[in-house]
Design a protein around this ligand. Structure first.
Ligand code: FES
Length: 227
């Protein structure tokens, strides 16, 4: 007579002493039943784990890709942003507002490629202001083929002295940049002028307007400008 088995036999375990082969088989069958009952449960959890692992990997990949793209765009914007532009193409200092005596000769700024003049509407001569009143900035590049146009105070054109005169093909312009002679297709181009509260004049050399017969009317008055 053997004590009835209370737990299923371990794998490879033989029948206990005195245990009938039928009892041992039933116990073994019970063990299999327990194992088979547990395995489907275990298998049922695997797809969820696999799906969550894939989601994690996909999320990590997409997140990394997004960060890399964001970084690239940031670097590109940083590279292209015109920060600290100095000289032609950006803002160029042009002295103090009080430097510009009304009706005086144009001041040339080579680094910014422009002239600044305080036009006097009372200057009635042919090469004068054309009625313009205030500050005007003219790009020194000839609208014909791009030569640098000098201001020629001694140059005499039709009995009047003081003109912008291109050395390349002779285009001639008034003090306000209006073309009066030569092959240039239009007057000299103008640039935007700014004056801060302290009276510092800055010319925005990247903000240009094609020259036109209205150049004299583009002259601007600013506080502190000599009258
Ligand atoms: S480039 Fe000035 S007139 Fe030709």
């Amino acid at each position: 007579m053997t004590t009835p088995r209370t737990t299923p036999p371990d794998m490879g375990e033989s029948p206990a002493a005195g245990e009938s082969i039928e009892t041992w088989r039933e116990a073994l069958a019970a063990r299999r039943t327990v194992a088979e009952t547990n395995v489907p449960g275990a298998l049922a959890t695997r797809p969820d784990m696999e799906a969550s692992r894939r989601s994690f990997i996909r999320g990590s990949f997409m997140g990394g890709l997004g960060l890399a793209l964001l970084g690239s765009v940031g670097l590109l914007v940083d590279y292209l942003y015109p920060r600290g532009v100095r000289g032609f193409g950006g803002p160029v200092a042009a002295g103090k507002i009080t430097d510009y005596k009304k009706g005086a000769e144009p001041k040339h700024f080579l680094d910014g490629q422009f002239y600044v003049t305080n036009l006097d509407p009372a200057e009635k001569r042919a090469g004068g202001s054309g009625g313009g009143d205030g500050l005007i900035a003219l790009w020194h590049k000839c609208p014909h083929l791009g030569c640098t146009v000098p201001w020629r105070p001694e140059f005499d054109y039709e009995g009047d002295k003081g003109w912008f005169r291109c050395p390349c093909h002779g285009s001639t312009y008034t003090k306000a940049g209006v073309r009066v002679f030569g092959p240039a297709p239009r007057p000299m181009d103008t640039m935007k002028i700014e004056v801060d509260a302290a009276g510092n004049v800055v010319v925005q050399t990247g903000v240009r307007t094609l020259g036109g017969p209205d150049n004299p009317q583009r002259a601007q008055k600013f506080p502190g400008l000599p009258a």
